[in-house]
Design a protein. Structure first.
Lengths: 297, 298, 460
């Protein structure tokens, strides 16, 4: 089921891949800019809306026709949101889970992907296909059986059920993605290492991983976002509000009877900020990196 | 090191894949089997399950309007959202791949929507859709277009949610962008020598070289769209008049509001089979349009 | 489930490795301990609840205070955001580790009670006579001598209005005693005066632009507690006396549905559901921004209103035949599995008491005990004179006692599923997708199929 998904292999024999040729002429460049800006407006508008709502008091938020400029700037939405919910605590908790999940995912998925992409063993394509079927199973239905499993182990109300599965390659999309990537790395590299007496583990660690930083960055960012946004997992497994995560903190602004809209939007903005920064940092790696590592050569 | 290199390689292969295999067995396969068994029972949480054979499945196809309604709503959403999402993401990726100054900034901007936490995103869009003080009607009015009722009308509710999903094109665009960067430069150069224009380059190099990436995104997006949930849970509660009663939302409600675990598990298995069937169809057809060089599987 | 071949120790060790690898070992390991105490399997009591961040603070403080006043008894608060609350309850019950005390939605509470998972309070009534001193409508019975719970607080419907908007429209303050309640026509008339478009015209005047309304008179009460109050006021109901027959198709009920729908589409004094928006502005915001002049809503809205400094008044609901208001609320229950039933009941009584929980004085909750409605000195303990609006006593406290009708959902069996059928139909009415009589006709067989009667009532 997977063979068709492989990347074109032209790369293996071709000189380094790179960006397409630079647009020629000023006119073309101008057109690119125009399009980029035209696209950026609808992309950003909802976020501008979020920020303006975070800075308005609720009286002004719901005025029709809507207004764009907060008057006055309700900075206390932020202080209110940040004091009503212990964000620092939740932030730390979320980071702990993030760290555990990230390391586990990157290790277990890349090891599995390495095995599926670059080692020969019986039935591996069959096994890979079966693993992939996991993504088709709706999460809601394994919720209770899985919960009972962790309960039996006495690990409910700890971070273990939220972290440990990720050390066992449960993010199968990641295995898929990494395998795709590993397939495109020339085999000559491995072979010369094996001739020098390296073990597969050494090949994985010294050759494949360093060449795969962009793909690993993609996997990391997706994984990070998944944990950052996960709400149902912490809700089910954690009982102490001291252990709660940011996503749960965000949900608590939606009460039974009332929603504190200004606070909610301010809190959303606060939760959003770290990942914006993370992406600003990571995008260099995971997009430009592919070209820069020259791994196609 | 008595064993042959081949055998050794196989051993390593199994060993390195082992964590993932164990993880699959423990966290996917066993719960899957459990849910299959549960689907043959009448089980409400807190009581003992009663074996009922295939009664849950019979009920689904003979006595449950909501089942068909939710299946239809989900397919409608998927058919609308996935193609649009892929086209927009592809266009954006092409743009972001142009080597111009400020490229990094634009990449961050275009990716932003994808990183808004899902719950916050839903809250935000409830507002944007508000016919009176929401952003969208303000814009359509300025453009001289008629006001829409967006998620508040049966006929526009799903299209509205499709629009919202397209806004989160960032994740797919990033994958496309990575794919575009992998297209070997000399292929473009070859066509440039032949005097080919931009369209020819796109049509004969970019597009074919991108088909594996497009295919990957198609499969993952379809699987994701068929499991759409949060929008229904947070924004519409399945309404108006059950028009956005998406399958997983219906399943979730069956399991946790109506406390019918057996029936919910049966629903899950049917969806599982539907997704499987769709995926198989996609794979079957892929050989017609997905371009790949002769197999390199070792 | 354990056939993956991992022992618990191995799992723990691997988890520890995971964490150590991340360089954050101590922090997580601290977070890993003590799981056996949670979930009510022993040790301290656990108290599971939902609510806003504001409510969370109030409940956590109450539990701390309880501990201090009871020899350092420890109560573990288990706060769960409301949006997936039933899921959390289900998983804890499935694992056989329910909390000791919990808020519960009515449907889930009855479901659990039926399976004997909720502590029957009946045998404890003699030992804890305070349990008997509540408004009769606040009890949930699930069989003869089987008392599952009380409401966690009393909820009641009120007509709120912006006093500035009333002044500007030249309307006298809305009536605040049951015997002077507005007729429906009075209500519509007031709503017409309150509704103005951007040119200052009222709906009853020529040239009124319903697309550019600056201020609406009210919000059409099509659904939930406001609708049920009006249905009963006109002698109608959702179901018959014993809950076995659909009754929304009675002439009296259709009359109410039609009149309520007319607020939007004939009198044009109320926004359509689309204009109103889903999930968006709460009553306090609607009144504060003068988007709407008056709204029927629950007493819990007082919390926001009193915080927001909106000039507002409270009044009795308009009447059809009789002046009525619906009372109701979610359940507060104790799980049968608790190892400390008596301590749990003591905590239960404690958090039901306005003397211990600020949420009563803040306006979110109304008390359950009769004395807080009948004895002026007791009333003063929660209806704070400098905080609550004038006339709150006659408009709300008195009507709760004398004009209250109990939420039909409090007693009907299969309530959750019934609502899944009923609510879309009511939505159709509010969207003007047809005449109420036709929509109700189509609804009848679907809903009739779900009716299974009512849970019993019992005198104390």
């Amino acid at each position: 089921m997977t063979a068709v998904l492989e990347k074109p292999e032209v790369a293996a024999t071709a000189p380094p891949a790179s960006r397409p040729l630079a647009p020629r002429g000023v006119g073309k460049k101008l057109l690119v800019y125009l399009l980029l800006i035209a696209g950026a407006i609808p992309t950003l508008l909802p976020l501008v809306w979020l920020v303006r709502s975070a800075l308005m008091d609720s009286g002004q938020i719901f005025v029709s026709p809507p207004q764009w400029i907060p008057k006055p700037f309700a900075w206390d939405n932020f202080s209110g949101a940040l004091t009503q919910v212990p964000f620092a605590r939740y932030f730390l908790n979320t980071l702990i889970i993030e760290a555990g999940v990230l390391v586990g995912t990157v290790l277990s998925c890349s090891l599995a992907a390495f095995s599926f992409a670059r080692l020969r063993w019986k039935h591996k394509n069959l096994v890979f296909g079966i693993l992939m079927s996991g993504v088709m199973l709706p999460y809601a239905v394994t919720l209770i059986p899985t919960f009972l499993f962790w309960q039996k182990l006495g690990l409910v109300n700890t971070y273990v059920p939220l972290i440990l599965p990720h050390w066992f390659g449960t993010g199968v999309f990641n295995i898929f993605l990494l395998r795709q990537f590993f397939l495109s790395i020339p085999y000559e590299l491995d072979e010369s290492a094996y001739i020098d007496g390296a073990t597969p583990l050494q090949v994985y660690w010294r050759i494949i991983l360093p060449l795969s930083k962009p793909a690993l960055a993609v996997v990391s960012v997706f994984t990070f976002l998944g944990v950052w946004n996960d709400y149902l997992g912490p809700l089910i497994y954690l009982n102490d509000s001291d252990k709660y995560t940011l996503a749960m903190g965000l949900a608590s602004f939606q009460g039974t009877y009332t929603a504190q809209w200004g606070y909610l939007m301010a809190a959303a903005a606060v939760v959003l900020l770290p990942i914006v920064l993370l992406f600003a940092f990571a995008q260099k790696y995971f997009v430009e990196g592919i070209a820069l590592t020259g791994l196609k050569g | 090191m008595a064993s042959s290199p081949m055998k050794q390689e196989a051993r390593w292969g199994v060993l390195l894949a082992l964590p993932a295999i164990i993880g699959f067995v423990a966290f996917t396969f066993l719960p899957m089997i459990a849910s299959a068994v549960i689907s043959l029972t009448d089980w409400t949480i807190g009581a003992a399950p009663k074996f009922v054979g295939f009664a849950n499945y019979t009920r689904m196809f003979t006595a449950d309007d909501s089942f068909f309604k939710s299946l239809w709503a989900t397919l409608y959403y998927t058919l609308g959202a996935v193609p649009l999402l892929l086209i927009v993401a592809f266009a954006v990726a092409l743009l972001l791949n142009q080597p111009v100054r400020g490229q990094g900034v634009f990449r961050v901007i275009y990716y932003l929507p994808a990183i808004v936490p899902i719950v916050a995103n839903s809250m935000l869009w409830i507002w944007l859709f508000n016919p009176d003080f929401g952003l969208l009607n303000t814009l359509t009015e300025k453009a001289g277009l008629p006001r829409s009722q967006w998620i508040f009308d049966e006929s526009t509710a799903i299209p509205s949610l499709i629009l919202m999903s397209v806004w989160g094109f960032g994740n797919v665009a990033v994958i496309f962008l990575a794919g575009l960067q992998g297209v070997p430069r000399q292929l473009y150069e070859a066509i440039a020598v032949d005097g080919g224009g931009a369209w020819r380059k796109f049509r004969h190099i970019t597009l074919p070289m991108m088909t594996p990436t497009i295919f990957y995104s198609l499969v993952t997006s379809v699987i994701g769209a068929l499991q759409v949930f949060v929008q229904a849970a947070v924004m519409t509660e399945g309404g108006p008049n059950d028009s956005t009663l998406f399958y997983i939302y219906y399943l979730y409600r069956t399991a946790f509001t109506n406390n019918e675990m057996g029936y919910a598990s049966a629903l899950a298995w049917v969806l599982f089979l539907v997704i499987m069937a769709v995926t198989v169809v996609l794979f079957r057809n892929s050989s017609r349009w997905v371009y790949y060089e002769a197999g390199s599987t070792r | 489930m354990t056939s993956s071949g991992l022992t618990r120790r191995q799992l723990l060790r691997t988890g520890g490795v995971a964490v150590a690898a991340a360089g954050l070992g101590p922090a997580v390991l601290a977070g890993c301990g003590g799981s056996d105490d949670a979930g009510g399997t022993g040790g301290p009591l656990s108290f599971m609840y939902w609510g806003s961040a504001f409510e969370k603070k109030a409940i956590d403080e109450m539990l701390k205070k309880y501990g201090k006043e009871h020899d350092g008894a420890k109560v573990d608060p288990m706060y769960v955001p409301v949006s997936n609350y039933p899921t959390k309850v289900s998983s804890l019950v499935a694992a056989n580790t329910p909390p000791d005390l919990a808020y519960l939605g009515t449907g889930q509470m009855y479901d659990l009670a039926q399976k004997d998972l909720i502590l029957n309070l009946f045998p404890y009534l003699d030992k804890y006579p305070e349990l008997k001193d509540r408004l009769p409508s606040s009890y949930f019975w699930y069989g003869k001598d089987k008392l599952a719970a009380n409401q966690l607080a009393m909820g009641v419907q009120i007509l709120y209005y912006n006093t500035d908007a009333f002044k500007a429209a030249g309307i006298d303050p809305a009536p605040f005693t049951a015997d002077t309640a507005w007729s429906w026509d009075d209500f519509v008339q007031a709503a017409d005066k309150l509704t103005v478009d951007q040119n200052g015209k009222h709906p009853s005047e020529d040239g009124f632009d319903s697309g550019k309304v600056k201020q609406f008179g009210t919000i059409a009460p099509i659904g939930g507690a406001p609708l049920y109050s009006l249905l009963r006021s006109n002698g109608g109901d959702m179901v018959n006396e014993d809950g076995t027959k659909f009754a929304l198709d009675s002439a009296a009920a259709i009359d109410v549905l039609k009149k309520v729908q007319d607020l939007i589409y004939v009198h044009r004094v109320a926004p359509s559901p689309a204009q109103l928006g889903k999930n968006a502005p709460t009553t306090s915001v609607q009144l504060q921004t003068k988007r709407v002049g008056m709204i029927i809503d629950g007493n819990w809205t007082l919390l926001d209103l009193m915080e927001s400094k909106v000039p507002f008044g409270v009044a009795v609901l308009p009447k059809f035949k009789e002046p009525l208001t619906m009372t109701g609320g979610a359940a507060g229950a104790i799980f049968a599995k608790t190892k400390h039933p008596e301590e749990a009941i003591e905590l239960y009584l404690y958090y039901n008491d306005p003397e211990h929980v600020d949420l009563f004085k803040d306006g979110l909750w109304a008390p359950l005990q009769k004395k807080y409605y009948t004895d002026q000195a007791e009333i003063d303990k929660w209806v704070l004179k400098d905080k609550y609006p004038a006339n709150f006593k006659t408009a709300v406290v008195d009507t709760t006692l004398k004009n209250g009708v109990t939420d039909w959902g409090q007693q009907i069996k299969n309530a959750d599923r019934i609502h899944q059928v009923l609510d879309p139909a009511l939505e159709q009415i509010s969207l003007n997708k047809g005449a109420p009589v036709d929509i109700v006709k189509a609804l009848k067989p679907k809903m009739q199929a779900l009716l299974q009667g009512k849970w019993p009532l019992q005198e104390l």
